[in-house]
Design a protein around this ligand. Sequence first.
Ligand code: PLP
Length: 386
Amino acid sequence: MTLFDRFEKAFMPNYGVPPVALARGEGTRVWDVDGKEYLDFIGGIAVSSLGHAHPALVEAVSKQVATLAHTSNLFLHEPEVLLAEKLLALLNAPGRIFFANSGTEANEAAYKLALKYGKQDGRSYFVAAENGFHGRTIGALSLTGKKAIRDQFGPFPVEVKFVPYGDATALKEAVTGDCIAVFLEPTQGEAGVVPPPDGYLEAAREVCDSTGALLVADEIQSAIGRTGHWFAHQADGVTPDILTLAKGLGGGLPIGACIGFGDAGKLFDKGDHGSTFGGNPVSCAAALAVLDNLDLDHVKKVAVQLRTGLEAIDHPLLKGVRGRGLWLATVLNEPVAPKVQQAAAEAGFLVNALQPDAVRLAPPLVVTEDEIQQFVDAFPGVLSNA
Ligand SMILES: *Cc1c(COP(=O)(O)O)cnc(C)c1O
């Protein structure tokens, strides 16, 4: 039996059987179990920010696991304090942090913070965006604007009104003094790497300010350098009330964060929330290594190279390119993204068929100019083979 057959037999069918079995990686390169080499242009869904087996991450994690791997929240440890302080310094706004293990847990914390806020003055509903993605646990799922993955698990405890993403007028109409919070991604990730029109986040900030609803920025996919900024919202000059992080923060180790700014950081009382593993020393050490070793100037430079390289491709299947920084979707003229993904893998590149007509690219933020060039040079052939 192959590894794929064994996977299919042992696992629940929720993922289907993935097409490639990976064995190891180094930088942007990964090798499958048969020794075939690929350039990883998806980075474990925008997670492997330092690439694979980065020496600084390996050292930080190895040292920490050999020193103290776990304390629970009954005891504190220095790596979590260093990481919280570092994130707050990068955010440059007064805030308080809660560490979780994943994106959905970070949003679950944000959801509970918001609920607590809303109960103070009888607010009754949330607003979120159509096609938005916030996670798979029940609170985060209830905010996720994809009927196919949400509705079969409802009804949910609190009403969520969905508005078309990027439509500031619809958002303003939906948010009233009864609204608890607005959950938005600064650029939608799972929906197909869809940036909003200019001014959208500012409009969201304005309507939240005028109605008293909290603005929650879900930056689980967009933060930690992915767009060329530490946090995507910084490019819009907007500070949310609550910010959630995960994916790229741990560089492959599981960690999520929920950050409340101003009064939103002080809503939880002792005992209101918790996590046994959240903010464990090993994940915090990994995240510190990520923050210490990312080079945003490099990200900006190679991001321009990737985008201009792809935009210069003249191919009947390629409709265009959208996204921000090292986080792009190549948009196709036909719904053949799975075939493009497969042709890319055959050519030695890992990409992700995100939507029927959109292929996501989110390479490690340490991807080299040479690796970008290899991908750009190969992409027309990949499209032709799809
Ligand atoms: C991935 C993602 C999540 C969920 O994160 P998990 O770690 O898979 O739970 C939530 N929000 C956004 C925007 C994401 O991209």
